[in-house]
Write a protein that binds this ligand. Structure first.
Ligand SMILES: [Zn+2]
Length: 286
């Protein structure tokens, strides 16, 4: 394992009812009324990482950190990296202004620190909403001292995505400074960047496709950034009255996420986002 290149494993810590896909089923005002199912996924994830002896990055919503500080604390105690997923899963284009994003990030940083984590150095926007129209978010992140971002999805997609963005690790230079962009992984195939870094794709694609994609990116010297959510380890979550396609995307393969991730960890070397960036010299040693 030692000489192998390291890939990044990350989890966006949010409840099943906060997922963009299910927005129409759960109004923001009702979130506090819905019974939490966070423990189910978090127990399995932390258990797996402990058994395998590896670290990962947990991008917490501030809303979650305020209500479930024990999970922030347990992640810190286990040596994982705690990073920011924004306060309440708002899309960046709905946050609208740099001032409002400052407030959102500050509230999240406060919640993470109050739960026992250091000030976060990494950020991932809700639902890859860092696109050309919201590039101003980079300025806010740089101003607040963030060292890296993982919000860009370099694919063609009707809602999000920056298809021409460097799909590997790169530096984003802005007037006020710079930070590192570590996008979730895509696999160049037939001239297009296909998503493979997580979510429904990870659960839908056969395991051998994911492994082939990781090997192919490894050969290009490009570390993979995988992202999963606690609710993806919870096959018994209540089903919602949505369209058949939405339900399929949300629930496909939920029962095999843990086994599939375990097999991937067995074959490849994984660490937190920060560990991968530091090991390559993209961030100064911590
Ligand atoms: Zn999210």
């Amino acid at each position: 394992m030692k000489g192998q290149p390291m890939h990044a494993l990350s989890f966006d810590v949010e409840e099943f009812f906060q997922v963009a896909n299910l927005r129409d089923c759960f109004a923001r005002e009702e979130w506090d009324e819905v019974p939490s199912r966070l423990d189910i996924g978090m127990e399995q994830i932390l258990g797996l990482l402990e058994r395998r002896g590896i670290h990962a990055t947990f991008f917490f919503l501030g809303w979650i950190a305020e209500r479930h500080p024990k999970w922030v604390r347990r992640c810190v105690e286990a040596g994982h990296e705690v990073a920011s997923h924004g306060y309440e899963h708002s899309f960046l284009w709905d946050i609208e202004t740099p001032e409002a994003l400052h407030r959102d990030l500050e509230r999240t940083e406060d919640a993470l620190r109050a739960a026992g984590a250091p000030t976060p150095r990494g950020f991932r926007a809700s639902t890859f909403t860092l696109t050309r129209s919201t590039f101003w978010a980079f300025d806010v992140l740089i101003e607040r001292g963030y060292l890296y971002d993982s919000s860009i999805h370099p694919i063609r997609h009707p809602v999000y995505g920056v298809p021409e963005f460097d799909p590997g690790i790169s530096r984003v230079r802005r007037d006020g400074g710079e930070l590192v962009e570590f996008p979730v992984s895509t696999w160049p195939f037939l001239g297009r960047n296909l998503p493979m870094g997580g979510g429904g794709y990870f659960r839908l694609l056969p395991g051998w496709v994911t492994r082939a994609a990781v090997r192919s990116l490894e050969r290009r010297g490009r570390p993979v950034a995988l992202y999963l959510h606690p609710w993806e380890f919870d096959p018994d979550q209540p089903r919602q009255p949505t369209s058949a396609l939405t339900r399929f995307r949300h629930t496909v393969g939920l029962g095999r996420t843990l086994a599939r991730l375990d097999r991937l960890i067995e074959r490849f070397r994984f660490g937190s986002m920060e560990e991968v960036l530091r090991s390559r010299g993209d961030l100064p040693p911590g």
